[in-house]
Design a protein around this ligand. Sequence first.
Ligand SMILES: Nc1nc2c(ncn2[C@@H]2O[C@H](COP(=O)(O)OP(=O)(O)O)[C@@H](O)[C@H]2O)c(=O)[nH]1
Ligand SMILES: [Mg+2]
Length: 247
Amino acid sequence: MQGNGGCCGPNCYQQDHKIDEPIKVSQPGGLFTGRTTFKAVLVGSSNVGKTTLQHRIGGTPIDCVTSTIGAAFYQVTLRGAIYENEALKMNLWDTGGIEKFNEFNLSALYFRGADFIFLVFDLFDRKSFIDLPLWLENANRVDSARRIPPYTILIGNKTDLETKKRERLVTLDEAQTFALTRGLQYIETSAIRNENCEEIKELVMQHINKTIKKEKEKKENRAMEKEKEKEKEIEGSSSLDGQKKNK
Ligand SMILES: Nc1nc2c(ncn2[C@@H]2O[C@H](COP(=O)(O)OP(=O)(O)O)[C@@H](O)[C@H]2O)c(=O)[nH]1
Ligand SMILES: [Mg+2]
């Protein structure tokens, strides 16, 4: 999955960052337990700050293989992982700018198996907020058959532009209501000033930890139910034995 020199697209920084070890990319989607790699995709209108956010979140850039869909991803290490000895990785995909020409129509390959969607809008570009449902529709349309829907974090970007003289064009209340009614997590950032960008990773970690915990509880409950059923069966058969002996 690594780059091999000169074939990289506009988002490739391979020359600047040398990758020494082959990077394992495990299959995304499905249960979180036992997984070490997760997939996240940046979505939203052009110019809202997706690429800047990707750079802020950081990681090792990986490219080339993705040139067919005009996208690139960074492999980000997640700290505070639930597995003590194993670092979790998040492959964070950027659109590579194709949303400019292909609005609300990012390819299925881009979304396939995404565990997280970072849905970005610009607090000073009203249209980028109005268009959010169309981006959500795009994401759901291409991957509607999946069992576990991706966890979506709505990101209102460019908080730094707010001054006494210049008011934001999307209020906090509006954005929070939008997120709440659709079950999304909401966060505001300034990618340019690197404010609140680390918190996105924290939200991701929190969700991973929560999901793994839930999966564990579910598994334990199922095991307990099986145990109870077994006990019932044994009780049933031993009372039958007793009846036979009494005869
Ligand atoms: N003031 C401000 N500008 C930003 C911020 N994030 C990105 N930009 C600028 O917005 C423009 C578009 O950013 P870019 O990351 O390319 O957006 P994309 O098209 O969504 O990938 C660039 O000029 C960035 O420097 C931010 O938080 N604050
Ligand atoms: Mg971009």
